[in-house]
Design a protein around this ligand. Structure first.
Ligand code: 6PG
Length: 482
């Protein structure tokens, strides 16, 4: 019988798994590594893990035997059936109080189900969002664990030690019950930020004719101010990167975006909950439109655009406005994300700590930015904040940026440059700040053609039907809402 020497086990030795193991080892934890193809375990021990305290296992049984109690096993395998298959393999060798942690990009309903099913068997399940790519896994990811709260005390020292730190605090805290960790990871997705940055790039490239080196300069400057973030930083480096012939490599990349699904999940979930997360929705659709390359090529030859395709004003001043538009739209994007999480928390009975979430995203992950520190402050000052845009800092920031933001979108429309995310952010902002929207007319139309009834402003709670034409009946349709 193998000796129980390891503090934690990890299954799945792809690059994320290997790096997470090395990270845990660096922090003084003994890790036992296992992989279905066991030759990978041997190769890992002989190479990357050589000279460390890392141990290996050639079967799930051996892995479990080598773990101290309560056993803790991290799964870093493909989301979906592979997670369930490994859970099934682990169960015969686990005991009450042992912990299974799924660190993959699992869909949160699966994590809700797994937490509940395993609880019945006395096993504590944790679904943890892990963000930050290979580099993050190795030197400090953002970790968003949720699931069975009884697991937190045992995994907390390991998780908080290996996580990124922002202002000395770990970018990892307990998110909430059942699927809350994977939910928060899902809403944390870089789609909105990436789309906004890409739209600004297209305006600078196409409308202002800036060279890639000039654009890299702009991003360098932006990274020193409010927009300071990992994605601005890597965009700067990407724009500077030259291909062998000396031209910017980015210009040689086929303009069709891939996606693995978390943005789509967020969009679908926002529709299900009735929360307008329009920015991520548009970001997903923008990726879809980008992949219709052949159709776009044909359209580019036959569909008319504006005659004037170049901005003729002061480019430097316009670039400054672009930065302000980007900042304001990003604020809206995060306001929408927090609105969605608030609704999901209500629906699932999760007690989400918004300031803690902002801190978890402050470092280690793809969306890490100085700006998240401001969000943390907003929710620390007022944990019951109804909307991020109501926080005095963000209220003022959007007020200050709005003229520039409006001008950028107006100019982009005139030049025929698409700005789905920048524009939807402004439309959301304008919609939110309208006490009265034209839904009164919409309700009238619904009542006109379908007798769906409407509520009178002067008699709240009173639903009436009007016989608009004098010809219809007086019977209202039965109401149902999606
Ligand atoms: C992270 C990222 C990451 C992302 C994948 C797939 O936080 O590290 O969010 O988990 O989901 O890189 O992204 P795509 O959907 O663009 O393929």
């Amino acid at each position: 019988m193998a000796e129980a020497v390891a503090d934690i086990g990890l299954i799945g030795l792809a690059v994320m798994g290997q790096n997470l193991i090395l990270n845990m080892n660096d922090h003084g934890f003994t890790v036992c590594a296992y992989n279905r193809t066991t030759s990978k375990v041997d190769a890992f021990l002989e190479n990357e893990a050589k000279g460390t305290n890392i141990v290996g296992a050639h079967s799930v049984q051996e892995l479990c035997a080598k773990l101290k109690r309560p056993r803790k096993v991290v799964l870093l395998v493909k989301a979906g059936s592979a997670v369930d298959a490994f859970i099934d393999q682990l169960l015969p060798y686990m005991e009450e109080g042992d912990i299974i942690i799924d660190g993959g990009n699992s869909h949160f309903p699966d994590s809700i189900r797994r937490t509940e099913e395993l609880q019945k068997k006395g096993i504590l399940f944790v679904g943890s969002g892990v963000s930050g790519g290979e580099e993050g896994a190795r030197y400090g990811p953002s970790l968003m664990p949720g699931g069975n709260p009884a697991a937190w005390e045992s995994i907390k020292p390991i998780f908080q030690a290996i996580a990124a730190k922002a202002d000395g605090e770990p970018c990892c805290d307990w998110v909430g019950e059942t699927g809350a960790g994977h939910y928060v990871k899902m809403v944390h997705n870089e789609y909105g930020d990436m789309q906004l940055i890409s739209e600004v790039y297209q305006i600078m490239h196409e409308g202002l004719d800036l060279t890639h080196d000039e654009m890299a300069e702009v991003f360098t400057e932006w990274n020193k101010g409010d927009l300071d973030s990992f994605l601005i930083e890597i965009t700067r480096d990407i724009l500077k990167y030259k291909d062998e012939d000396g031209s910017a490599l980015v210009t040689k990349i086929r303009d069709t975006a891939g996606q693995k699904g978390t943005g789509k999940w967020t969009g679908i979930d926002s529709l299900d909950r009735g929360i307008p997360v329009t920015l991520i929705g548009e970001a997903v659709y923008a990726r879809c439109l980008s992949s219709l390359k052949d159709e776009r090529v044909r359209a580019s030859k036959i569909l008319e655009g504006p005659k004037n395709k170049k901005y003729s004003g002061d480019k430097k001043a316009f670039v400054d406005q672009l930065g302000q538009a980007l900042y304001a739209a990003k604020i809206v994007s995060y306001a929408q994300g927090f609105m969605l999480m608030r609704q999901a928390a209500k629906d699932n009975n999760w007690k989400l700590n918004n300031a803690g979430i902002a801190l978890m995203w402050r470092g280690g992950c793809i969306i890490r930015s100085a700006f998240l520190g401001k969000i943390k402050d907003a929710y620390t000052n007022n944990p019951e904040l109804e909307n991020l845009l109501f926080d005095p800092f963000f209220q003022e920031a959007t007020a200050k940026a709005q003229d520039a933001w409006r001008n950028v979108i107006a100019q982009a429309v005139i030049l025929g440059i698409p700005t789905p995310a920048l524009s939807t952010a402004l439309n959301f902002y304008d919609g939110l700040r309208h006490e009265m929207l034209p839904a009164n007319l919409l309700q009238a139309q619904r009542d006109y053609f379908g007798a769906h009834t409407y509520e009178r402003l002067d008699a709240p709670g009173t639903w009436v039907h009007t016989n608009w034409t004098g010809k219809g009946g007086r019977v209202a349709a039965s109401t149902y809402d999606a």
